[in-house]
Design a protein around this ligand. Structure first.
Ligand SMILES: Cc1cc2nc3c(=O)[nH]c(=O)nc-3n(C[C@H](O)[C@H](O)[C@H](O)COP(=O)(O)O)c2cc1C
Length: 400
């Protein structure tokens, strides 16, 4: 499959097509774009033309038989974002612009739709009826919208699916390098109680771990996440098949994380420690809230168990991958950790930089394995996760 026809309609999500284009281009696809005149109110003709490296088709430059030519040229047609308006037109068989004409002229089994709209619009019975019609009668493929805070400020279903998921679904990458493998991934930050209302923790958001989980699922693995405090992240499984292969256990403290990991480690092939486990915890957390006074107080801390080191020292140990957050001497500290903890792969990132690491969507890491290092320059965490997992699979296969 090479030719993708990307159809853009007038939703606030139209600006995301720039990212969608970039990811599809990274997959070496030929892309042509159709934009409705309303879409061009949201994203400029110049932007689309420049980014597509190819034809931008609009109602103004259509040559007459464009709808037939485009529908034959395309191996896949994806309408992203799809407005309630264009959905209604398609379900009613209207053909009053280039986009709807092309859809009517195309084989329906190659059409993917990614709706995006306000949550009340989405739940409106008319919209749902139109949707059912195109899914049932025409067998279009739905890339379902997700629940989140929407551009209008309301919360609910209606946000267009994440771009990376749109790409995964339309390209249906058959990468199954981890098929049948059981993987435990720790995620987020542990929280160590000081008293009944306060705790020690860190800024980890769980985003990197979830990107890793998502890629492992995409590669066919069965994944158990043992997770502490994370941001309100969407489920990392993008389809029903992946969801069936995912289990999540929530914990608070490092000790609880350790116990849950150990309970499940025997049947695990690969252990990936992404969580930012708090290194120390209060020796005697107070059962009630510590009262405020004007005096200094001291909280005695004890070192927490090093979960990764314990797992890597097991006699029948799984393949072990660690993540290290460093603020200085990255190379030296990472090499020492790889050796001391006897890891198969260490992913080190410099969290002193504000635009990468912890809560950011981007990251830049260096992979350390054996005597080798591989730098993965700044990119979306989802892309860094894919590159990391690809290397991990190669190393894992070499070892087996
Ligand atoms: C600021 C703004 C944002 C909009 N966002 C959406 C949206 O996300 N989804 C939607 O279905 N309609 C949205 N609309 C309404 C569409 O733009 C409108 O129905 C338009 O006629 C759609 O044209 P098209 O389907 O031909 O592209 C929005 C309108 C405005 C003014």
């Amino acid at each position: 499959m090479k030719n993708i026809l990307l159809c853009v309609t007038g939703s606030i999500a139209a600006y995301k097509v720039a990212d969608l284009l970039r990811l599809l281009q990274q997959e070496n696809k030929n892309i042509k774009i159709i934009a409705t005149s309303s879409a061009l109110d949201f994203v400029s003709e110049l932007t689309l033309k420049t980014l597509s490296h190819n034809q931008l088709c609009t109602d103004n430059n259509s040559t007459g038989l464009e709808h037939i030519n485009l529908s034959r040229w395309a191996d896949i047609i994806v309408v992203a974002p799809l407005t309630a308006n264009t959905l209604a037109k398609i379900s009613g068989g209207f053909a009053d612009n280039l986009l709807t004409q092309t859809i009517l002229a195309a084989d329906t089994d190659k059409i993917y739709i990614a709706p995006a709209m306000n949550t009340q619009m989405w739940h409106n019975k008319i919209v749902q009826k139109n949707l059912k019609k195109v899914l049932k009668n025409n067998k279009f493929h739905l890339i379902a919208p997700i629940k989140d805070t929407l551009a209008c400020g309301e919360y609910g279903i209606g946000k267009m699916a994440e771009i990376k998921d749109v790409v995964k679904i339309i390209i249906k990458k058959k990468q199954q390098g981890l098929k049948g493998k059981k993987i435990i991934i720790t995620a987020g930050a542990t929280i160590e109680p000081i008293d009944s209302v306060r705790f020690l923790s860190n800024y980890s958001s769980g985003k990197m771990a979830y990107a890793i989980v998502s890629d492992c699922l995409n590669q066919g693995a069965e994944v158990l996440i043992v997770e502490g405090k994370t941001d309100n992240l969407p489920n990392p499984a993008i389809d029903k098949q992946s969801k069936k292969r995912l289990k999540i256990i929530k914990i608070n403290t490092a000790e609880q994380m350790f116990n849950k990991v150990m309970e499940n480690i025997k049947t695990c092939d690969i252990f990936i420690s992404v969580a930012a486990v708090v290194d120390y915890s209060p020796v005697n957390p107070a059962t009630n809230k510590i009262k405020k006074t004007n005096k200094n107080i001291q909280i005695e801390l004890k070192p927490n168990v090093d979960i990764l080191k314990e797992v890597a020292s097991l006699s029948d140990r799984p393949f072990c991958v660690g993540f290290a957050a460093e603020t200085e001497n990255l190379q030296k500290n990472a090499t020492a950790k790889l050796k001391n903890k006897k890891l198969d792969l260490l992913v080190a990132n410099d969290v002193s930089k504000k635009d990468i690491g912890f809560a950011s969507d981007d990251n830049a890491v260096t992979l350390f394995y054996g005597k080798e290092t591989k730098k993965l320059p700044k990119n979306k965490k989802t892309i860094i996760a894919q590159q990391t997992i690809n290397t991990m699979i190669l190393l894992y296969k070499q070892q087996k």
